[in-house]
Design a protein. Structure first.
Length: 480
């Protein structure tokens, strides 16, 4: 039973007045420390992506971050992740190329440039697309065709993805010819960004639709230098005391892939190589251009944080994105793609737990916007529950392989599985009802068979206006 702001609670808490004064200082100090830690935590992606953007602008990537630069990015990203192991770093381009790597678990990702959705019965250059159709594998590593299924999405070019339109951001939509002063007109033109156009299509649910192929998104084992490997004993796998072997999804079959073809990774212009998929242990259909973080960055043309959403891996998290550009032959600034970094909500919960697992304080982060979704808590709450796709009211079975389940976000008002969740939920809603007083601690008494005590609660806002984050940090510390 939780008692809030009734006369009984107030009388009981009068006994602890002197303790509350001490706890007041304690709560505010914790709030300040969490705020500083959270700023450092969310600043990390911005600093890392700024470094990668500057690295590209100085032509340190020989091909401007095209597929031939994949391994350079893998190595550089792996080095940056040494200091920021919770990040997932990647780049995605307007031609559909994607490359990235991560720790915990340790692997890399890569997608060749090009558009999925090519018809197998179509006359359009199937001889050039056959290499993509033949580059998929099942969980045992056996070759299977890369075929889109009903309901899956793909990108379809408008004007062959070659004609440029003004990007949708406010600066690019300005009519610079209407600006009278030459200096201001020049500035207006320099702020204009240009984008290619395409649309997202979905495979019909009917079985009689023509078969279409896709370009696979591949996961790779990597070595201690961040490079793909399938050599026994070189895989830098998660949790291993030493190095391990690279296996396919069945966990038994060793990876040994030597797929030959004139892939973009090989260098283009018909160059053939057999190491594009070396170390690739699984794959799927994924195109970054229809993901929410990519679409938002193309629309805004400025660095930004996404709203929390479901990742390709079915975890829920947030993405920090930074647009990258190229200058074409006419001197136009053309949107080339996105540098990005992911944080899962699991990672934020781990961040809080690691900093406060030895403290008797409870720290919880909640979105300010309705319905006040939970971001994470030092109690281990991640703000996400795994449920069945076909029935969101039912939890995901522990033995499920992931295909039938999805992550759904939890509003603070829905935390009620145990007394600790009830404590967090009711305290936050009480703080909200009182408009989150800045200089007042809100007391709460817990009276439960297994858990009794008095807590003092305090909240502090956390905002990054330029990135669109607006969260509230709530600290609960025991008085008695």
């Amino acid at each position: 039973m939780l008692l809030y702001h009734n006369y009984l609670t107030i009388l009981l808490l009068l006994i602890a007045t002197s303790v509350m004064a001490t706890k007041s200082e304690f709560n505010y100090e914790i709030g300040k420390r969490v705020l500083d830690l959270l700023r450092d935590y969310t600043d990390a992606p911005s600093k890392v992506l700024e470094f990668l953007s500057n690295y590209r602008e100085k032509n340190a990537f020989p091909h401007g971050l095209e597929p031939q630069d994949r391994d350079i990015f893998f190595q550089l990203g792996d080095t940056l992740l040494t200091a920021n192991p919770r990040l997932l770093l990647f780049y995605a381009l307007e031609n559909g190329a994607f490359a990235g790597n991560q720790r915990s678990p340790t692997f890399a990702h890569y997608r060749e440039p090009g558009e999925s959705g090519y018809r197998l019965d179509g006359p359009v250059h199937m001889e050039k697309l056959q290499k993509h159709l033949d580059s998929c594998i099942d969980e045992n590593g056996h070759q299977i065709p890369c075929l889109l299924g009903p309901g899956e999405s793909y990108i379809e070019c408008i004007d062959n993805c070659t004609s440029l339109q003004r990007c949708p951001d406010e600066d690019s939509q300005q009519d610079c010819s209407a600006v009278e002063r030459a200096e201001e007109r020049s500035l207006c033109e320099s702020n204009t960004k240009w984008c290619i156009s395409y649309t997202t299509k979905t495979i019909p649910l009917s079985d009689d639709s023509p078969k279409r192929g896709y370009i696979p998104f591949t996961f790779y084992c990597i070595d201690i230098n961040g490079l793909p490997t399938q050599t026994p004993g070189e895989n830098a796998e998660l949790g291993a005391d030493g190095l391990g072997n690279c296996y396919h999804d069945d966990g038994i079959t060793p990876v040994n892939r030597q797929v030959s073809g004139d892939y973009a990774y090989c260098g283009g212009e018909g160059i053939i190589c057999n190491n594009t998929f070396l170390g690739g242990f699984t794959n799927g259909n994924f195109d970054p251009r229809y993901r929410p973080w990519y679409i938002a960055t193309k629309q805004k043309q400025v660095p930004n944080w996404s709203e929390p959403y479901e990742f390709y891996t079915h975890n829920i998290g947030i993405t920090f994105s930074r647009p990258i550009h190229s200058i074409d032959e006419e001197g136009k600034t053309v949107f080339a793609g996105v540098l990005a970094s992911d944080y899962s909500l699991d990672g934020i919960a781990s961040f809080l737990t690691e900093n406060y697992d030895r403290s008797d304080a409870i720290v919880t982060i909640v979105e300010e916007a309705e319905p006040n979704y939970v971001i994470a808590s030092s109690t281990g709450i991640t703000g996400v529950r795994k449920v069945l796709i076909e029935d969101n009211s039912k939890p995901c079975p522990e033995d499920n392989d992931g295909d039938r389940c999805m992550g759904v976000r939890i509003p603070i008002s829905d935390l009620n599985e145990d007394i600790m969740e009830q404590l967090i939920s009711t305290t936050y809603l009480t703080q909200k009802e009182k408009n989150f007083p800045v200089s007042e601690l809100i007391p709460v008494r817990v009276d439960h068979d297994d858990f009794r005590g008095v807590y003092a609660s305090h909240t502090i806002g956390f905002e990054t206006k330029e990135a669109g984050i607006s969260w509230r940090i709530m600290i609960l510390s025991p008085v008695s």
